[in-house]
Write a protein that binds this ligand. Structure first.
Ligand code: FAD
Length: 320
């Protein structure tokens, strides 16, 4: 089944997807493909590939300073094509608003369509490192709902310019959501209001930011439903298995770590103990989510194939 929404609607088996990140510029693609290979026994139905904004570097030559964009992690579209050809698994490229104007977005959508890619996770995108806030390109999108609208328009054959007999694309569109609210949003209600806008514009399902407390997901889903958001809401999960991550995950992703999980990791005497405690905690969270009736599970692997494999063996044994 090529589209995420078709898998979700067939309602026979829990959806299981992985999220990977392209390697840094200059690194081999083989490493990431090998990492994916090790995760194939878990039979993911979809593999998401993140997209990253370039950061700006300033170069001085003969007294003239030039601003040049540098993308640290290029290759999202190429990896998607490799995943499709090599593993026969449907890729879900992330497409961001940042660093694209609407014409470049349209060109990228045409590339993806020609490659036979049928799913897109539409995002605003994080500002690049060193830039405190998101700045759209001239003629680019300020919010993800505008990107969703552009993709939905292309699905109806509406290009930016009027064209004679234009072909329609047929992308299934997913979007992101935040059980603890997006960090820029004044409150969860306002954030949900804009989430609904993405759905009204054409988003067919939602993947959440990571969270570590079942109640956060449950309350979020209930509030979303009360606001009229009826599409499937897939929980995003990132294993927290080291002392370092107790600091890095909240600061990078603006999420809370429950006291129980912090204590479990802090009490561990060795790295292996911390790893095992984090895995057990996540396994219990997954059990509660499945019992609650989630439509799927989305695992952020962040390119750590071996660690993810060890975690998935414990977390998902017999559950998918
Ligand atoms: C599953 C998942 C995958 C991700 N993958 C990537 C990735 O590959 N690359 C990457 O760079 N980042 C990624 N991110 C991070 C994401 O891009 C950032 O969190 C970004 O800051 C917000 O993106 P968004 O699509 O949720 O934005 P939006 O939906 O545009 O929301 C951004 C903020 O603006 C507010 N808002 C939305 N619409 C409006 C409006 N019309 N008027 C006023 N305010 C509005 C929202 O409440 C929110 O506070 C991912 C996040 C998740 C959860």
């Amino acid at each position: 089944m090529a589209k995420v929404i078709d898998w979700l609607n067939q309602n026979r088996k829990l959806l299981f997807s992985l999220e990977i990140t392209p390697p840094d510029r200059g690194k081999s693609v083989d490493d990431i493909l090998t990492a994916i290979e090790t995760l194939m026994p878990f039979e993911p139905q979809f593999i998401n590939v993140t997209y990253h904004q370039p950061h700006m570097v300033y170069e001085e030559k003969d007294g003239v300073i030039t601003r040049r964009p540098r993308r640290k992690k290029p290759g999202t579209v190429g990896i998607c094509s490799a995943i499709k050809n090599r593993f026969r698994v449907e890729p879900v490229p992330h497409l961001i608003c940042g660093s694209f104007n609407r014409y470049e977005t349209e060109d990228t959508l045409i590339d993806l369509h020609f490659l036979g890619i049928e799913n897109i996770l539409a995002l605003r995108g994080d500002p690049p490192p060193g830039q405190p806030r998101y700045i759209p390109e001239k003629d680019g999108h300020q919010y993800a709902c505008q990107l969703v609208e552009q993709i939905a328009q292309l699905n109806r054959g509406q290009y930016i310019d009027e064209l004679e007999d234009p072909f329609p694309t047929h992308f299934c569109i997913g979007v992101a959501a935040y059980p603890e609210k997006h960090f820029e949003s004044p409150n969860l209600e306002k954030d949900l209001f804009y989430l609904k806008k993405k759905v009204d514009m054409g988003a067919e399902y939602i993947i959440t930011q990571m969270f570590y407390d079942f109640r956060l997901y449950r309350d979020f889903v209930e509030k979303a439903r009360a606001m009229g958001i009826q599409v499937p809401i897939i929980p995003g999960l990132k294993p927290l298995v080291s002392k370092k991550q107790i600091m890095s995950i909240p600061s990078s992703f603006h999420v809370n770590i429950p006291a129980e999980l912090v204590a479990l990791i802090e009490e561990a005497r060795t790295r292996e103990q911390a790893f095992a405690s984090g895995v057990r905690y996540l396994a219990r969270l997954v059990e509660r989510l499945i019992a609650y009736g989630v439509p799927g599970i989305h695992v952020f692997t962040m390119g750590q194939g071996r660690a993810a494999k060890a975690l998935l063996e414990t977390v998902f044994a017999g559950k998918l």
